[in-house]
Design a protein around this ligand. Structure first.
Ligand code: ATP
Ligand code: MG
Length: 265
């Protein structure tokens, strides 16, 4: 699952780590790949990512096996992280001259042999080669949308990029999930934006939206997800519910695919 939106600060990282932790707490084995040079997902999961730590940069640029950089996340059984260090800032340019530059992450994931139920990839706020690598590697795109004015601006470009990658590099790719984040029910603007997103996208939008919550924004400074930092908070409960909804849909789509495959035989 590729968590992408080239707009900055819309809740990509927060959504990646909290959805991943929710799925792991439900018993799934989940890997978070931090594909943003800022390393925010690594920080939020309490994973060391100073410059010398083996990281996703080594995987993409030096062809190091993914298994050599993946670390278990403290406190959450079944949750793992491939961290990003500041080196990754150079990868966008270094990748340009490498062979198969768009599919290096896909190859690394294919060679990774540990059993996993989900991989969530936290993308940087841009549509460059790092995000393209994520889109080539993934099947589904999860777009977090912040319930603010301008929320839909730029989305057209993101959707066109998904179409381009689907057309040329990864026929399986599709936008499966849209999550409304930082929803403030007290403002009319938030509900207007939410209505607009639901009218525009319909089925892809999860029924659960994520409220604006101080607990969610505090958790990363303790190297934790909100699920372990304050499990009873409204923020934690909404991410648990959103993850449940996403997992159930995935199960239904999976079953439909199996059925149509069975019918095809
Ligand atoms: P970037 O584009 O820089 O990677 P992003 O899209 O990953 O940003 P986040 O880092 O997840 O966005 O969130 C941006 C800021 O908003 C962070 O400070 C985060 O703690 C805060 N934030 C995210 N979701 C919520 C929420 N539901 N309630 C309150 N604060 C939130
Ligand atoms: Mg981020």
């Amino acid at each position: 699952m590729v968590v992408a939106n080239q707009k900055g600060g819309v809740g990509k990282t927060t959504t990646t780590v909290n959805m991943a932790a929710s799925l792991a707490l439900h018993g799934a084995r989940v890997l978070v790949i931090d594909l943003d040079p800022q390393g925010n997902a690594s920080t939020a999961l309490g994973i060391d990512h100073h410059a010398e730590v083996p990281s996703i940069y080594d995987v993409l640029v030096e062809s190091k096996p993914l298994s050599e950089v993946v670390q278990p996340v403290p406190d959450v059984e079944g949750l793992f992280c491939a961290p990003a260090t500041i080196d990754l800032a150079g990868a966008e340019i270094e990748l340009v001259s490498l062979v198969a530059r768009e599919s290096r992450l896909q190859r690394a994931i294919q060679a990774y042999e540990q059993p996993l139920d989900y991989i969530l990839i936290d993308c940087p706020p841009s549509l460059g080669l790092l995000t393209v690598n994520a889109m080539v590697a993934g099947n589904e795109v999860l777009i977090p949308i912040q319930c603010e004015y301008y929320a839909l601006e730029g989305l057209g470009q993101l959707l066109r990029n998904v179409d381009l990658v689907r057309g040329h590099l990864n026929p399986a790719l599709h936008v499966s999930t849209i999550l409304l984040t930082m929803y403030d029910g007290r403002t009319r603007l938030a509900s207007q934006v939410a209505d607009e997103v639901r009218n525009h996208f319909g089925n892809e939008v999860l029924r659960t939206s994520i409220p604006r919550s101080v607990r969610i924004s505090e958790a990363p400074s303790y190297g934790q997800t909100v699920l372990t930092y304050d499990p009873g908070s409204s923020g934690a409960l909404s991410y648990l519910e959103a993850a449940r909804e996403m997992a159930l849909r995935g199960a239904v789509v999976g079953a439909q695919n199996e059925q149509s495959m069975a019918e095809g035989i």
